[in-house]
Design a protein around this ligand. Sequence first.
Ligand SMILES: [Zn+2]
Length: 301
Amino acid sequence: MTHIPFSGNPFDRASNQRQDDVWVAEQLASPAGRYLLLSRLEVLTHHSEAVELAWIDGAVCRGLDCAATPVLLGLRDGMPHFALDVSDIAEALPPLGVEGTAFAEARGLATTLPAEDAGIVAQARALVDWHTRHRYCGACGSPTVPAKAGAARHCEACGAQHFPRTDPVVIMVVWREDRCLLGRRRGRGPGAFSCIAGYVDQAETIEEAVRREVLEEVGLEIDEVVYHASQPWPFPSTLMIGCFAHATSFEAHVDELEIEEARWFTHNEIRAAVAGTNAELTIPGPVAIAHHLIRDWSEGL
Ligand SMILES: [Zn+2]
């Protein structure tokens, strides 16, 4: 299996240490602290020969007049690494000590950055976005404040603790004999096919979600479900759970709400699509786990 973009985050997330407010304060004051700035969920990058993350020194960031609290992503070589949302001052940032910087959209960075850095972008984007969306308590409506160095938010009015959420989505290659079934979503051009996918529902296992989604979208019954790989997808906070789902027949019936067309493809047709030489079939690019699932199925992995 090849590397799946947004996986491979290298940080020690310091789950135990971050419970200690004194330790957190020391990390925030540390001269070794490094900060990744985000503006409207775009990430500050540095362009030299290649695109790199633009880590800014703590001394510079402590002088910034932004409303957000830094959130600790984790430790690397003992150095604390933070994400800082500077959306409110991004138009008037002072010199940051790094030349040639620009804010860049996370999706485009998934395949242009080194793998570990793309994993950091995914974590930073998902966490900063969660803080932006959870400024008020879901239990009592009062304002919440960051806690545990950004790994939670606390409501001082009612005492509730709120934690970042991750939403599971199942995504599957449906297969039978030497063929796999892919769907073309409404609005996609002719020949643009991908995996069936959908959110896991409440009180549902991964296998149950796979069977329900496939039945709803293409009318096929699934017996065996085999987990294959997963992908963090920070738009805003999804975990894509990739499976191979064995269909009990070839008799697909498309629901036409989400999927406009479903079609069975042979191994050879899929291999040609992966190679970019199938004029009839285009599959998603390597940024998406769908690409890896489809390719791995075609290679018998
Ligand atoms: Zn509350």
